[in-house]
Design a protein around this ligand. Structure first.
Ligand code: 5GP
Ligand code: MG
Ligand code: MG
Length: 182
């Protein structure tokens, strides 16, 4: 285990199995509905890129991939809910079935903004798959059709999730020791 990690919450194997289940569920839920066009899987860079790459390979219907980069103002540990689009989608999503792959739902402010923004482009449907949902006292009510794992209200790293751009390459998901960011 990395010296800056206090606890492993989900192992590489647990993540793999859960991502496979979510991919199978998406495959079933969209097979008929999305038809030959399939779905567009969107990930929010950079945290969700690893999740999306693994998830895409578990989806057995046509599946395009596109990316958005957003920044929420503020420091590295808490999101402010004020979101700026740094890179927009390359594809048009009007009339398409869109699945957003997100790394972690914390305050929910980022996803709330994103859902509103994407809904205004009139997709056929808009669904959220989040790998992690934090058990916080205050969380915006975001409808997530697929949730990988519930996790404690601590700062999480690994499997795409960073602190100051580090730890994304850890194959497991763990808790970062508070002394690293305090
Ligand atoms: P929200 O707007 O839901 O508070 O936060 C969403 C974004 O903040 C996530 O997509 C993620 O990029 C970042 N974030 C929230 N909690 C954590 C965490 O525990 N660890 C890391 N690495 N990023 C987090
Ligand atoms: Mg994110
Ligand atoms: Mg980050």
């Amino acid at each position: 285990m990395h010296k800056d990690v206090s606890e492993i919450l989900f192992t590489e194997e647990q993540i793999h199995d859960r991502v496979a289940e979510i991919g199978a569920a998406i495959t079933e839920d969209f097979r008929e509905k999305a038809g030959d066009d399939g779905i567009i899987l969107i990930s929010v860079l950079r945290g969700a890129a690893i999740f999306m790459a693994d998830l895409a390979r578990e989806i057995k219907i046509p599946c395009e991939m596109d990316y958005m980069a957003i920044s929420s103002y503020g420091n590295g540990v808490k999101s402010s809910g004020v979101v700026r689009i740094l890179k927009d989608l390359s594809s048009h999503i009007e009339g398409r079935h869109v699945v957003i792959a997100e790394d972690i739902l914390d305050s929910g402010l980022t996803l709330t903004y994103l859902l509103k923004n994407l809904a205004s482009r009139n997709p056929a449907s808009l669904t959220v798959a989040t790998l992690l949902r934090k058990k916080t006292k205050v969380q915006a009510d975001v409808d997530c059709a697929y949730v990988g794992f519930e996790c404690p209200d601590q700062f999480i790293v690994g499997y795409g999730l960073d602190y100051a751009e580090r730890y994304r390459n850890l194959p497991y998901i763990g808790v970062l020791k508070p002394e690293v960011y305090e």
